[in-house]
Design a protein around this ligand. Structure first.
Ligand SMILES: NC(=O)C1=CN([C@@H]2O[C@H](COP(=O)(O)OP(=O)(O)OC[C@H]3O[C@@H](n4cnc5c(N)ncnc54)[C@H](OP(=O)(O)O)[C@@H]3O)[C@@H](O)[C@H]2O)C=CC1
Ligand SMILES: O=C([O-])CC(=O)C(=O)O
Length: 272
């Protein structure tokens, strides 16, 4: 019999994604993975949601979160991404970001990870099929396109709309609010289409990945359709994720993080 040392996980930010992931880890859904520490803005609020915090699970500052964790899962507002990313990478840990659009703005982190012996592992998050897109990228990809449809509440407040004084209030018909590249989408919608950034990193990069965003009052789910044409395959896939308590974020995101963590310790892993 061998007994492995548990994989120690830290979570930065306990909002819609972080709290769901923390609850599942505390429930012991993955044998060999423990929640070791969290970084939060308001410890009292966090303890009200999860009374187990502060005892066996430590509160840490964002810069100290990686001190006693092997993996740090970033579930923060985009503006706070870099601080925890740098602290985790500089300690040579595995960094699992959710605010993936910020990776496009901070490409130096990839070189930094190489220098420090760290790894950055982007979970599939609210999307699907990144394994197939990566396989396509081993050959020649001709085109990648993503069409996102969200209920207007899941898009309100995005910088792109605010800068153009676009209001989605009272919208009755689907309205295309953005048509551009994944890089432009990441800047204009940093908390709404991290999935486009992830897709671009798996495939042909942020400048060749096309993105349309629709505010659609006729849908109740956060819906993403990706279409890829390559020398080896053509694929078209759609995910319809039920919005979580944060209307911008689908309920599929936290389970995707759990699946990614499970893949780090399981004897059998299906899908690349
Ligand atoms: N890759 C993907 O597929 C997806 C990525 N995302 C992205 O993931 C990230 C997390 O999403 P989500 O959970 O929905 O976001 P939420 O807004 O629900 O949660 C963010 C959390 O961060 C906390 N926070 C704020 N300031 C600090 C601080 N200084 N230190 C520690 N914690 C802090 C907030 O606390 P408080 O509420 O108390 O202020 C809140 O609990 C976002 O960037 C989102 O855009 C989301 C969906 C899909
Ligand atoms: O949950 C979703 O539909 C996607 C999302 O918010 C994001 O990629 O930032």
């Amino acid at each position: 019999m061998t007994s492995k040392t548990p994989l120690r996980v830290g979570i930065a930010g306990l909002g819609a994604v972080g709290l769901d992931v923390a609850r599942r880890l505390i429930d012991g859904v993955i044998e060999g993975v423990t929640l070791t520490a969290v970084a939060v803005r308001d410890a009292d609020k966090a303890r009200r949601a999860l009374p187990q915090l502060g005892d066996l699970i430590a509160f840490r500052s964002m810069s100290a979160l990686a001190d006693d964790c092997d993996v740090v899962v970033e579930c923060l507002p985009p503006a706070l991404f870099r601080e925890v990313a740098v602290a985790t990478i500089d300690k040579g840990r595995l960094f699992m970001p959710l605010s993936v659009a910020q990776l496009l703005k901070n490409p130096d982190l990839i070189t930094r990870a190489k220098e420090k012996g760290a790894r950055i592992l982007v979970p599939t998050g609210a999307l699907l099929g990144l394994d197939a897109v990566r396989a396509a990228a081993e050959g020649t990809i001709h085109s990648v396109k993503m069409v996102t449809r969200k209920p207007p509440k899941g898009l309100e407040g995005a910088p792109y709309l605010v800068e153009r004084s676009v209001s989605l209030e009272g919208l009755k018909e689907p309205r295309k609010i953005f048509d551009g590249t994944a890089r432009e989408g990441a800047i204009g919608f940093p908390a709404n289409v991290n999935v486009a950034a992830a897709l671009s990193l798996a495939g042909v990069g942020p400048d060749r990945t096309q993105l349309e965003i629709w505010a659609d009052p006729t849908v109740t789910r956060n819906t993403h359709t990706i279409t890829v044409d390559s020398d080896a395959m053509r694929l078209s896939m759609t995910i319809e994720s039920i919005p979580s308590e944060n209307p911008r974020t689908g309920k599929s995101v936290a389970p995707s993080v759990i699946a990614a963590l499970r893949g780090l310790v399981s004897e059998l892993k299906v899908g690349s």
